[in-house]
Ligand binder design. Structure first.
Ligand SMILES: C[S@@+](CC[C@H](N)C(=O)[O-])C[C@H]1O[C@@H](n2cnc3c(N)ncnc32)[C@H](O)[C@@H]1O
Length: 294
């Protein structure tokens, strides 16, 4: 349900994320064993759109357990820094880095709120600031996020964002064709639901999906911290915030595929989900690149 921002939003979300770290490490969704064996955690379109990262420094905001962050290092980034407010996620990321043979000079992880990133990260600026895939919905203030992220982009560098499309937040979970929520809602979306996006093979019910994320009924171990506070961010708000923060939008792409069965009507194939061929499509994800003058 929509609600004014609760004072404890940060602690509420952090507790939820902390508790989910061991579940995610054990999940098929994250496929940590595959990652350990050398598989990249990044999506093909992200790699294609970001381009060659050899010799570049990269900051990943809201890095979770660091698999995406470390994948950029494996693809050639000279130095990666991951930031997340979940200590448990950061500890897991550090362990994965050590296992991958990526020492602190190549891969550093810090525990901090994204709004405190400027003070928390080791360097003043990075060639690439990367974020997304379920990140922005956890932030109440998109302008402050854009200012923070933009300030950490080095001159001549860029920010790259890949996210679930905000249109998908407002449609019914079954068909993805009926408008059920307000696209322009500013209030927080609060849920109390143990389900999570890593339980997908366990089924899916109408009650499961929140305003900004996937969910499914699950066979996962019981969880205690199930409350979440999320926000919708219309596409125009995100783009305008980045432009206002001084970045130049290089592209904004909308994608007809997503990473999980956000709507029951979606069909999964080759690791992505899309509407059946006989259904009109809507954008399910978007990605953008925004650069800073050299
Ligand atoms: C779905 S993950 C996104 C990361 C990555 N795409 C992934 O799937 O592994 C969202 C992450 O945002 C982090 N997070 C949420 N709110 C945050 C905040 N205010 N500051 C820093 N990290 C935050 C959570 O701890 C979580 O690890």
């Amino acid at each position: 349900m929509y609600s004014p921002m609760p004072a404890d939003w940060r602690e509420t979300n952090r507790r939820r994320w902390d508790e989910r770290v061991p579940l995610h490490l054990a999940s098929d969704f994250y496929d940590v064993d595959g990652f350990r064996a050398g598989k990249s955690a990044l999506r093909d379109f992200e790699r294609a759109e970001v381009g060659d990262v050899h010799g570049k420094s990269l900051l990943h905001l809201q890095c979770h357990i660091g698999m995406d962050t470390l994948s950029w290092a494996r693809h050639g980034a000279s130095r990666v820094v991951g930031l997340d407010f979940s200590e448990r996620a950061v500890e897991a990321a550090r362990e994965l880095a050590a296992e991958a043979g990526l020492g602190p000079e190549r891969a550093t992880f810090v525990a901090a709120d994204v709004y405190d990133a400027v003070a928390a990260v080791p360097d003043t600026a990075y060639d690439i600031v990367y974020t997304g895939v379920g990140a922005l919905c956890w932030l109440p203030d998109i302008r402050r996020w854009a200012e923070t992220a933009a300030s950490l982009v080095a001159p001549g560098g860029f920010l790259y964002l890949a996210e679930f499309h905000p249109l998908t937040d407002i449609l019914d979970d079954a068909t993805g064709s009926r408008i059920e929520h307000d696209y322009f809602a500013r209030d927080a979306w609060i849920e109390d639901d143990p389900a999570g996006y890593t339980d997908l093979d366990a089924g899916y019910s109408d009650e499961d999906a929140g305003a900004a994320g996937a969910a499914a009924t699950g066979t996962a171990p019981p969880t205690v911290h199930n409350r979440s506070v999320e926000w919708q961010h219309p596409l125009g708000d995100v783009v305008s915030a980045l432009a206002a923060a001084g970045l130049r939008i290089e592209f904004l792409r909308e994608h007809d595929t997503t990473l999980f069965a956000r709507f029951r009507a979606l069909e999964g194939r080759d690791g992505v989900y899309r509407f059946p061929a006989d259904r009109p499509r809507i954008p399910l994800m978007y990605s953008l690149k925004a650069s800073k003058a050299g």
